[in-house]
Design a protein around this ligand. Structure first.
Ligand code: VTB
Length: 345
């Protein structure tokens, strides 16, 4: 699965990031998202693969592009077997978030990126558009911290695993009223909190790399983004757990269906019989091979944002593969017009 796909998906996230970054700081989050979706879809449809969107822009009737169930890639055409080799005809599932952090792009803030995850058919949890309680932590704490434990307990475990005091730990939490108590507890325990307005995928993945000074992500964000984060953490060997949140009262912001009962019924319809189950990274991204790719739109902890220059742009991406056990940072210069002198500063 990996060979050429691993290279081509870099271009998929790069194109989405470049398109979206043109709308950076313009206060138009829907356009910043829409252009990323279009660019991602256009590039994806040039790949020799047989892909199906399992996490995308929404259900078919509400999203014109990259809707859940949409088939993408050249090998989804009816006559594909005439020109695609058998490897490319293997069905793969794709989770996309072409503009993760639309507000961040619209307001020119750090931490937005174009992102996707790929696995064999059935290899990614098709999460409903609900929320998810998340716990991400570095590999040293994998299986030791636990989403069912209190933040105080987890911080103590983390401090032991990372061989540093609780005061030296930094926890990222989304700045939302639903997290008031969580934030107070983390501070009370002695750790430091980085509040973010959006973009918890970047925060989760940052836990998988030492040197980022981010030691945990705690709190409730969106479920689809949770699966994408889990795919990266699964490849990195980091800790990730997620538990679906179906009660609108817990979330306090955003929309997740009409009522707790309605949401529970929807989960049942989807075949999720235990709505309170805590999933780990290997369950959310269970495929044998998992690939993850992201490209910074605005600057972030792990990647630079898109930078334009006369005649081109420079991007920074990250591709993580469970198969080759690699995390590659890719620095790309894109030449838009006739060849230019490349300015590497
Ligand atoms: C969450 C988070 C995302 O939007 O979905 C958030 O996971 C929306 O949360 O990373 P609210 O509904 O509480 O505002 C992001 O921050 C960006 O898409």
């Amino acid at each position: 699965m990996e060979n050429t796909l691993g290279l081509e998906i870099i271009e998929v996230v790069e194109q989405a990031a470049i398109a979206s970054s043109r709308w950076m700081g313009k206060g138009e989050k829907n356009i910043a998202d829409q252009v990323a979706v279009e660019a991602m879809r256009e590039r994806m449809n040039k790949i020799y693969m047989r892909g199906r969107i399992v996490i995308g822009e929404g259900e078919r009737d509400e999203a014109p592009m990259l809707y859940i169930g949409e088939e993408v890639g050249i090998c989804t055409r009816e006559d594909a077997k005439n020109y695609c080799n058998p490897d490319e005809l293997v069905e793969i599932d794709i989770a996309v978030d072409p503009c993760e952090g639309t507000n961040l792009v619209a307001y020119g803030q750090n931490g937005s990126m174009a992102v996707l995850a790929i696995s064999e058919k059935g290899g990614l949890f098709a999460a409903p558009d609900f929320y998810m309680k998340k716990l991400a932590a570095p590999a040293q704490a994998r299986g030791k911290v636990d989403i069912n434990k209190s933040a105080t307990e987890n911080l103590k475990i983390l401090s032991e695993c990372l061989n540093r005091s609780v005061e030296e730990l930094v926890v990222v939490v989304m700045d939302r009223p639903r997290h008031t108590e969580l934030i107070a507890e983390i501070r009370q325990a002695g750790a430091r909190v980085r509040l973010i307005s959006d973009g918890d995928v970047s925060a989760a993945i940052s836990c998988g790399f030492s040197g980022t000074n981010i030691h945990a992500l705690m709190g409730i964000g969106a479920a689809p983004e949770g699966v994408i984060s889990a795919a990266a953490m699964r490849c990195l060997g980091g800790h990730f757990q997620g538990q679906l949140i179906y009660d609108p009262e817990v979330v306090q912001t955003g929309l997740i269906g009409e009522s707790r009962e309605g949401n529970l019924a929807r989960l049942k319809e989807m075949g999720i019989n235990d709505p309170d189950k805590c999933y780990n990274a290997e369950e959310l991204a269970c495929g044998e091979n998992v690939l993850f790719a992201a490209c910074g739109i605005t600057p972030g902890t792990l990647m630079e944002g898109v930078r334009f220059f006369h005649g081109g742009a420079r991007t920074q991406s990250l591709v993580i593969s469970s198969q080759s056990k690699t995390a590659r940072f890719v620095d790309t210069i894109h030449m838009f017009d006739s060849p230019q002198t490349l300015n590497l500063k």
